[in-house]
Design a protein around this ligand. Structure first.
Ligand code: ADP
Length: 437
């Protein structure tokens, strides 16, 4: 029998005054499996990871990780897990090696063991050539690899990755997928990750759990989830949803080839038996009712259709929280006007890593950077003296509460839900087959 690496029963976390961020959530992850948690912003994914990795307490439920109860054996859990949070824990003014060394010492590992492990991990993540460079010279993809390497220094059995590829361009994302997949296949590491990228969940994970409003809505393999959507997917977009469009919806649902339907604002997602053959008949229903269709697309169901079914919105409509560019730490809240931004922040998007790197590499400081440890220390001193000259309020991170309020995520989610008219909430919003697993 396969053992469970993570067992979560009835997990409930309430943020004051009464935000049930996670609500009686159950989840089981077998040893050696990769599970992806998918869900809209504010669904409770990060809170679940924080609770399971001992980073926050919780109000109710039981969580057992690697055979240890996180409530009673948190130290043992910490020894058995590695965590890569959304906000990177690495220090830009240390070299890659120094960061890993620091992490190894925090786990009280022997120096020789740390050194061996650094050599192993640097080679594994193809960082050997840059391990003695300051992290501030690394590209976004390299920083993320270093982050994961640091989390693996003490040979954990379970790895938590919170949005591991957030903000990376597709090339770097794929490189990281390769490494994550290898960690699982070659070392049998159990991995629980959260992601916004359906392709990531589809490619990497054995199981996908869709979370909404703090609860698990469904768990299954990516293929089983896609197969649970019967028929082809036809998405009909209207400029405006008026009387004619509602009449079209009414008559469409009476056609025998329609297997299910879900509204998403002005888009109607129809699940249609033999879509190619029946699309003309569907268009005829639209013409009879004078419905103004602005776009129609036909495809095989994807994980996005599954996501839509269980959360009421496409993941593409879920705004991605942006990863922070590294200079924003010192550039003041929002980070758009500080000296670091103007010096190095040529591009605002981390997806344009090359631009960011280029801007950084062109700076005088980077041009002078050297691989020797002494020079690393000298650069650090320079940086620290610059840092201490900045106004102290600009050195602060916005706290979590503030960033949540500022992002208005919770608000926008409630708004979305209240926008669903009654006519959208009828039985036809559910799959006609009722084929939930
Ligand atoms: P996700 O990772 O799915 O985006 P989170 O777990 O970050 O969701 O958040 C779930 C809910 O808990 C949200 O409503 C969020 O605003 C709230 N929340 C998360 N962290 C905190 C915190 N430290 N203090 C107060 N509320 C929080």
């Amino acid at each position: 029998m396969t053992n469970l690496a993570i067992q979560i029963k009835g997990l409930t976390k309430i943020y004051p005054p009464d935000n049930r961020a996670v609500d009686t959530l159950d989840l089981e992850i077998k040893e050696g499996e990769i599970m992806a948690l998918l869900g809209p912003n504010g669904a409770g994914k990060s809170t679940t990871i924080r609770a399971a990795s001992t980073l926050c307490g919780f109000d109710e439920g039981n969580v057992v990780v690697a055979g240890f109860d996180v409530d009673t054996h948190s130290l043992e859990v910490r020894q058995a897990i590695g965590v890569v949070a959304q906000q990177t824990g690495i220090d830009y003014f240390l070299t890659g090696r120094e960061n890993m060394m620091l992490q190894g010492h925090l786990y009280r590992m022997k120096k020789s063991d740390i050194n061996n492990r650094i050599t192993e991990l640097a080679s594994y993540f193809e960082l050997d050539g840059s391990i003695d460079n300051l992290v501030s010279t690394y590209s976004g993809g390299m920083r993320r690899k270093l982050d994961i390497a640091c989390a693996l220094i003490h040979r954990p059995k379970v790895l938590f990755l919170d949005e591991p590829t957030l903000g990376l361009d597709i090339k770097n994302r794929k490189i990281l997928w390769k490494h994550i997949d290898k960690l699982n296949k070659e070392f049998g590491l159990t991995i629980l990750l959260t992601t916004h990228y359906l392709e990531e969940a589809d490619n990497l994970s054995h199981q996908v759990a869709i979370i909404n409003n703090g609860k698990v809505q469904v768990v299954d393999t990516p293929d089983a989830l896609k197969n649970s959507i019967h028929g082809d997917s036809i998405t009909v977009t209207f400029d405006d949803v008026g009387k004619n469009e509602q009449a079209f919806f009414h008559f469409a649902q009476q056609q025998s080839y329609i297997k299910g339907a879900t509204w998403e604002d002005n888009k109607l997602h129809l699940y249609v038996e033999d879509g190619g053959a029946n699309v003309a008949a569907l268009m005829a229903v639209a013409a009879d009712n004078k419905a103004q269709i602005t776009n129609l697309s036909l495809s095989r169901p994807t994980l996005d259709d599954v996501f839509l079914k269980y959360t009421g919105s496409s993941i593409s409509d879920t705004k991605e929280e942006e990863g922070d560019e590294w200079w924003k730490q010192w550039a003041g809240k929002g980070g758009n006007t500080g000296k670091w931004k103007s010096q190095w922040g040529a591009n605002d998007s981390d997806a344009e890593e090359d631009g960011e790197d280029q801007a950084w590499k062109n700076s005088d400081w980077a041009k002078n950077s050297d691989h020797s440890e002494n020079l690393g220390a000298q650069k650090r001193e320079e940086a620290q003296s610059q840092q201490s000259a900045w106004p102290s309020e600009q050195q602060q991170w916005p706290d979590k509460e503030e960033s949540h309020n500022a992002s208005g995520e919770q608000g926008s989610q409630q708004w979305d839900q209240s926008q669903q008219g009654d006519w959208k909430n009828n039985e036809w919003n559910k799959n006609k087959d009722g084929g939930e697993k």
